[in-house]
Design a protein around this ligand. Structure first.
Ligand SMILES: [Mn+2]
Length: 252
């Protein structure tokens, strides 16, 4: 039994090579009993039940149904580019949508996964905007939201790169990266101290990680990073602990 986590793919359409990478991951990595966590910003724009969604990403929905039927437990954590998704996935087996975080208890280890857009509690502007976009009013009108509005909330966070490409935190300078990294490591360490053995975050696109130890316990934090550049995802097994594995590539 393992936990497979991917986030921040920012798939922009069914012809995106990373969409093929995601489908390959679902077909090849997951076995009955595994936990599969889609940890937010899987799609660059997926808000509410947009018309044509099931047709556009038919292979993804079919694969979710298949793994769910086979006994894989899927959790979709909403990000800041993909939310109001409960209805979209409501008829799929073994799948739940959560809006912030999930905790998975394996026989001897505890795993914590969050998208990570709530790590920086000082960014009040982003938090207010997030609350607005998550409100019922937006939920009922989400299909009518202009794509640029959601792109704006995605890049509004001070922790997200304002540039579309390559959207890596280091592109905003070493000071920004240091500050961001410290915040995410701090957040992860608090979860370690609260009893989690493995902590996985996303959102900031920083391919970072840190090992913790305290009172005879050890733990590890990994950030998924930015699959478009880093081409990897994260797996936890009781044998290996928390590690990165390479995505299959379809971009050549
Ligand atoms: Mn994000």
């Amino acid at each position: 039994m393992k936990v497979v986590v991917i986030s921040d793919i920012h798939i922009f359409g069914a012809d995106d090579p990373l969409y093929a990478s995601l489908l390959a991951l679902m077909r090849e990595e997951l076995a009955p009993g595994d936990h599969f966590v889609l940890a937010g910003d899987i799609f660059d724009f997926l808000v509410g039940n947009q018309p044509g969604l099931n047709a556009r990403y038919a292979d993804f929905f079919a694969e979710l149904r298949k793994i769910g039927d086979s006994g894989v437990r899927t959790t979709y954590i909403e990000g800041n580019h993909d939310f109001h998704l409960k209805k979209v996935f409501s008829d799929l087996p073994n799948l739940r949508v959560v809006d912030e975080e999930t905790e998975i208890d394996l026989p001897t280890k505890r795993i914590y996964v969050a998208h990570g857009d709530l790590v920086d509690r000082e960014d009040r502007g982003y938090l207010a905007l997030r609350a607005f976009f998550r409100s019922p009013v937006i939920r009922f009108t989400a299909y009518a939201l202009p794509e640029r509005a959601v792109e704006w909330i995605g890049t509004r966070s001070s922790d997200a790169s304002r540039k579309r490409a390559p959207r890596l935190p280091e592109s905003r300078g070493p000071d920004h990266l240091d500050r961001l990294r410290a915040k995410f490591r701090d957040f992860a360490e608090k979860k370690f101290r609260a009893g989690f053995d493995a902590i996985v975050l996303g959102h900031c696109h920083d391919l970072d990680g840190k090992d913790f130890s305290s009172g005879g316990r050890t733990g590890r934090y990994l950030n998924v990073g930015f699959p478009r550049v880093h081409q990897s995802y994260v797996v936890f097994t009781e044998d290996e602990g928390l590690v990165r594995r390479p995505l299959r590539r379809f971009d050549h």
